[in-house]
Design a protein. Structure first.
Length: 315
């Protein structure tokens, strides 16, 4: 066994610690001198040097002195301490990344101090807290109603998952989404949509989200718009006739004037650009592909339907 003894100056050179720090560790009982020379000098052996190296490393990693002492006395396993502090660092890193994203979003938008405060509060919510905000919104708008079950389930499961290292645009989107779902006017509008759906279901509508019908409307109307067809033209009436036939088949209704009036009512109930904004914000937050905008499509379709119904009134 190596019984070499080192003076405190030599220990300082070998470990990179200052003499003052080595004395401090000795006074605190963290790493004691191996022995005291007859002249009163502190001497350290190879094992003490190794312990001081470990102390330096653990302190550099952020462990407090009390924990370091317990590791050296084998009261705590180094692996357990390392795992616990790694978890703590993960949390700190996540918080720092979120703060960085908030600051970059503020810098990019020129936000006010009040907006900065709100942004910071919303971003530092836990995932469960963020989800709860959306769940509260869905409950306030669809709760207690037998509305479209597929839409209700989609709203309940499509939740905002802000990443640990969000981009500034994700932060801004989350803040806007949180504000949107808390807006009383928007909540009232969505509640009216849910109540309309509940009435339709009470009258026998058992259909779901109608993805195929929506795609048919989009494709047919976009083609008409690209061709320069105006909503009040005979060509637009042909588009309405084609799509009305699809509505009739989808919902099991007669293809008549009453169907077109019902279609117009249905479009009017859903006519709120904030709904589309909701899904676009959610896409930004979750890193999804941005959904295509259907607002111009349904605006054209609504105008074309009104034109057709106005023509009925004249005949």
């Amino acid at each position: 066994m190596d019984d070499t003894r080192f003076t405190i100056g030599a220990v300082a050179e070998r470990t990179g610690l200052s003499v003052k720090t080595i004395r401090f560790y000795a006074d605190k009982g963290v790493v004691l001198p191996t022995e005291i020379s007859p002249s009163g000098y502190r001497l350290y052996d190879v094992r003490a040097l190794a312990e001081l190296d470990l102390v330096r490393t653990l302190r550099a990693l952020g462990l407090d002195l009390a924990t370091v002492r317990r590791v050296l006395t084998h009261e705590l396993a180094l692996s357990e301490v390392a795992a616990a502090h790694a978890d703590a660092l993960d949390t700190q890193i996540r918080i720092l990344r979120q703060r960085r994203a908030v600051l970059r979003a503020v810098a990019g938008q020129g936000s006010t101090p009040q907006e900065l405060d709100l942004m910071h509060k919303l971003v530092t919510l836990s995932a469960a807290e963020r989800h709860r905000l959306i769940e509260d919104f869905v409950e306030a708008t669809f709760g207690g109603l037998d509305a479209n079950p597929e839409l209700t389930e989609l709203l309940r499961t499509a939740l905002p998952d802000l990443p640990d290292d969000p981009a500034p645009e994700q932060v801004a989107a989350w803040v806007e989404l949180a504000e949107l779902t808390a807006d009383t006017d928007f909540r009232a509008a969505i509640r009216r949509m849910a109540e309309y759906q509940a009435r339709e279901r009470a009258e026998g509508d058992a259909t779901g989200l109608h993805h195929a019908l929506t795609e048919a409307v989009r494709d047919r109307v976009e083609a008409a718009m690209a061709a320069g067809v105006t909503p009040g033209s005979p060509a637009a009436a042909e588009v309405v006739a084609d799509l009305a036939a699809r509505y009739a088949a989808t919902f099991g209704r007669p293809d008549d004037r009453a169907l077109r009036e019902w279609m117009l009512e249905r479009l009017a109930v859903a006519d709120d650009e904030r709904v589309e904004r909701y899904w676009r914000l959610l896409a930004v937050i979750n890193g999804w592909a941005a959904p295509p905008s259907l607002t111009p499509v349904f605006a054209w379709f609504t105008a074309a339907l009104r034109g057709v119904l106005a023509g009925y009134s004249k005949t």
